[in-house]
Design a protein around this ligand. Structure first.
Ligand code: AMP
Ligand code: MG
Length: 401
């Protein structure tokens, strides 16, 4: 049986970045990785520009920071100045407007007093260049302003728009099909009959996939019956990733491994030394990745964070993670297990550093017990009493990055 680290290595070896695609600069592009260098199509700013509302003037006209100047023009943003400013003159100017000829400084309006068609300026700090952003100070035409590999954050959206790019080449976000399995599983809108339970994993995986950056598609619930499973799995295999929930344990009706093999999915591991989530299965069909996640909701949740999220990120050319941090245990915690356990926990970050406290939890079916948690603390195998103050490894699952 593989360790978690070995299993993750196998997954990542098969999760190669998907081919780049063109994407409009809309919500779907947020968080994707740029697959081309971007050069500016203009100088920015495109002209010498006022950075303040005030008066554009010749700094040499001031004596001890003072002057009385004749106003020759008013220049709002968007207007091209028509009048050259001569000695003894000034033009009223707004933030973002082009600087008129003849001037070398802009004095902010708070330092000016209007006297009819004249302005009295009083600012001892005026120097040539004050409050003027010169042409191309930010970027030159032809200059590469973003490199392939950059992640598209809101500020990249702004810069791409500045240089006129409404469509960009990006690393594709994987399509991820989600298939729940089990004769006892019913849709959440249905009141369960005797022996039935609602499909909590489907919506939970859909949310996890979306948060990880994948494009999620829910395929429904497959019955524990080979033909039905085969049909739905074949549909799922048209996506970059297929996530199955349930049917991978050792029960008589755990048909998933057999059907996957029939459909040409090569199994790469089945079972990992971990708790919860031991029966997890991973296989590939060419470049397509298939995860058989154990049906118990917390097993499914933890396996996703440890293996599926890193795979989705790797397919998108992002650093895969998962994110581990060290934190100090807040209380004594005796724990016995034959496998390393990912125990729901509350991670807190204060001025004193990181602390972690396991939350009350009854095992892999207990999804409710996970809700007060924002992380999973790793409890090694064996019979160990962890002590308050011990340093623990903690798996972060709330980070969106
Ligand atoms: P399995 O992995 O199919 O043996 O399922 C293990 C346990 O998880 C069983 O108690 C199932 O009823 C439960 N289970 C399986 N699939 C789901 C699901 N989609 N939502 C909630 N519980 C599930
Ligand atoms: Mg089942």
């Amino acid at each position: 049986m593989h360790t978690v680290a070995e299993a993750l290595e196998i997954v990542l070896r098969h999760a190669q970045p998907l081919p780049p695609v063109n994407a409009p600069l809309g919500p779907e592009a947020l968080g994707l990785v740029l697959a081309e260098d971007i050069a500016s199509d203009l100088d920015m700013p495109p002209f010498d520009k006022a950075m303040m509302d005030g008066f554009a003037l010749r700094s040499g006209d001031l004596r001890d920071g003072q002057a009385e100047l004749t106003i020759v023009e008013e220049i709002p943003a968007g207007k091209t100045p028509a009048v050259e400013v001569k000695t003894g003159q000034a033009s009223r100017i707004m933030t973002g407007a082009p600087i008129p000829k003849g001037v070398d400084a802009v004095v902010m309006i708070e330092r000016c007093e209007l006297l009819g068609n004249k302005v009295r300026v009083n600012d001892p700090k005026v120097l040539a260049g004050l409050n003027i952003l010169t042409r191309a100070k930010e970027m030159r035409v032809g200059e590469v302003v973003l490199h392939a590999g950059a992640r598209l954050r809101p500020q990249e959206f702004g810069l791409l728009s500045t240089v006129g790019r409404a469509t960009v080449r990006v690393q594709k976000a994987p399509s991820v099909a989600i298939l729940s399995t089990g004769d006892e599983i019913v849709e959440p809108s249905v009141k369960p009959g005797p022996g039935q339970i609602r499909n909590s994993n489907g919506p939970m995986l859909l949310a996890q996939v979306t948060r990880a950056g994948g494009v999620a598609r829910f395929l429904g619930i497959a019955r524990d019956e080979a033909d039905h499973l085969r049909t739905l799995i074949a549909t799922g295999l048209q996506n970059d990733v297929l996530l199955l929930s349930g049917g991978v344990s050792a029960g008589k009706l755990d048909l998933v491994p057999g059907v996957l093999a029939e459909l040409g999915v090569e199994p790469l591991f089945h079972k990992v030394a971990m708790k919860p989530g031991k029966p997890i299965l991973f296989g590939v069909k060419q470049s397509k990745l298939v995860f058989g996640l154990p049906g118990n909701p917390v097993s499914s949740l933890v396996c996703f964070e440890l293996f599926v999220r890193p795979a989705i990120r790797a397919l998108m050319s992002l650093p895969p993670g998962p994110c581990w941090v060290k934190a100090t245990l807040t209380k004594d915690y005796p724990y016995r297990s034959d496998r390393p356990t990912y125990h729901p926990a509350r991670l807190q970050i204060t001025d004193a550093g990181r602390s972690v406290e396991p939350t009350a939890w009854f095992g892999s079916p207990d999804l409710r017990g996970v809700l007060p948690a924002n992380a999973f603390v790793l409890l090694p195998e064996g019979d160990v009493t962890h002590r308050a103050g011990d340093t623990m490894m903690v798996l972060c699952v709330e980070n969106d990055d």
